[in-house]
Design a protein around this ligand. Structure first.
Ligand code: ZN
Length: 405
């Protein structure tokens, strides 16, 4: 055997482990959100373990400063300003050509459909902001998929697992942290200051340690029988804290799932519509939904993003027409000199949160108003609320449609 490509990955190596189920791992679907320092380490380990279907989500491009903690990136990637998710996907395919890897170069909430989250066995969060964690938590709760959170700073790191009915990221936050996040959330669109998140000092070693623990926990969650039999104890309901200055590692009980938390919504009852895609025009989507559900009133509730048609300057009444999802407004302002130079308090935006028969731009597609491919949309009708999957987009993610044996 010259290059080993005809051999099964992990054969004669992982088979020595009593718990490792080759088929389970080969058929697993794992999403890594964030392809920075932690994400690089998590992805490398998933590829080495032979996890069969890996999805990478990151909107950012590679900078030279990332190279100190990112095993998958090279100086020329930074020179070219390539997307982290795209390069990471290419490099882990080189590490293990037997796995399927797909990436989304976009934001975890506004550019990844809930349909994709729903297909995952586990999601690994490699994020560096509370707001992103809160958004990922809500999506994973809706999709009923467990997610593993890793965080690093200096020589210290934390790992926790959040899942429906057991432990929730939002419930674990202090009141002060919740207030800070809700301030950030209310500062969307024109009011957003778009400030660079403060850089957190980290090292390649802490990224290795915490990224590795995240993958080890993911492997446990994939081996459900071994967890049930007590062979493994995953971190569900616990909080692992590693402190490298003086070598302390501690596991605390940490379970919070409050009754009135807005994050716990679970969209289990999903109606799949294979004729619907994010590229469908709103007018067509309305008539298809009316026909399929046998209803007259259709209102699409934009749950992750809003739609902004007009920005008006209060001072001179000048109008700008972005016609964009709210998440894209800060970039729109940055790229428009006339807008950029005005104080943000001077700007008023007109926002749509619900799209009904009075929406004036029904020729736009669902994607143009901020709904990602393969999303699940929430629709209010006279017969109640429905959750509808844009199943027409499933072909964009070919590996998720391979039936598990
Ligand atoms: Zn909660």
């Amino acid at each position: 055997m010259e290059n080993g490509t005809l051999q099964t990955w992990g054969k004669e190596v992982f088979d020595l482990l009593s718990w490792y189920k080759n088929e389970t791992v080969r058929q697993a679907r794992v999403m890594v959100v964030g392809a920075g320092a932690l994400g690089n380490e998590a992805l490398k380990n998933l590829a080495l373990f032979g996890v069969g279907n890996i999805y990478i989500v990151d909107f950012d491009t590679i900078e030279f400063s990332n190279l100190t903690r990112s095993i998958l990136f090279r100086p020329e990637d930074a020179d070219k300003g390539l997307y982290k998710a795209e390069v990471a996907a290419e490099r882990i395919r080189e590490i293990n050509p037997q796995i399927n890897v797909q990436c989304v170069c976009g934001h975890l909430a506004s550019e990844v459909g809930l349909g994709l989250y729903r297909k995952m066995d586990v999601v690994i969060g490699c994020l560096d902001s509370r707001l992103a964690r809160l958004q990922l938590n809500r999506l994973c709760m809706r999709a009923n998929v467990p997610w593993i959170d890793g965080g690093i700073e200096n020589l210290t790191g934390n790992v926790r697992i959040f899942r429906q009915n057991e432990n929730c990221y939002e419930c674990s936050l202090t009141e002060h942290a919740k207030q800070h996040i809700s301030q950030q959330l209310s500062c969307a669109g024109v009011a957003q200051r778009n400030e660079q998140a403060g850089r957190t000092p980290t090292t390649p070693v802490i990224a290795s340690i915490i990224g590795a623990i995240e993958v080890q926990e993911a492997m446990k969650l994939l081996h459900k029988k071994e967890v049930d039999s007590g062979l493994f104890t995953p971190l569900t309901g616990k909080w692992l804290h590693y402190e490298g200055m003086h070598n302390r590692i501690a596991v605390y009980d940490s379970r919070s799932f409050d009754e009135d938390c807005p994050s716990h919504e679970c969209w289990n009852d999903v109606f799949q519509m294979s004729s619907l895609s994010a590229d469908t025009r709103i007018s067509d989507a309305f008539s298809q939904i009316r026909r399929c559900l046998n209803v007259n009133e259709v209102e699409i509730n934009l749950r992750n993003d809003k739609f902004v048609d007009i920005i008006v300057s209060k001072n001179d009444n000048q109008k700008f027409t972005p016609m964009l999802p709210e998440s894209k407004i800060p970039d729109y302002i940055d790229q428009n000199y006339d807008l950029y130079t005005r104080p943000r308090t001077e700007l008023n935006q007109n926002t749509y949160e619900n799209i009904d028969r009075n929406f004036p731009y029904k020729r736009l597609t669902l994607r143009e108003i901020g709904i990602p491919y393969y999303d699940v949309i929430e629709v209010t009708t006279e017969h109640g609320l429905y959750h509808i999957e844009l199943t027409g987009d499933a072909g964009r993610y070919p590996f998720i449609n391979q039936e598990k044996v």
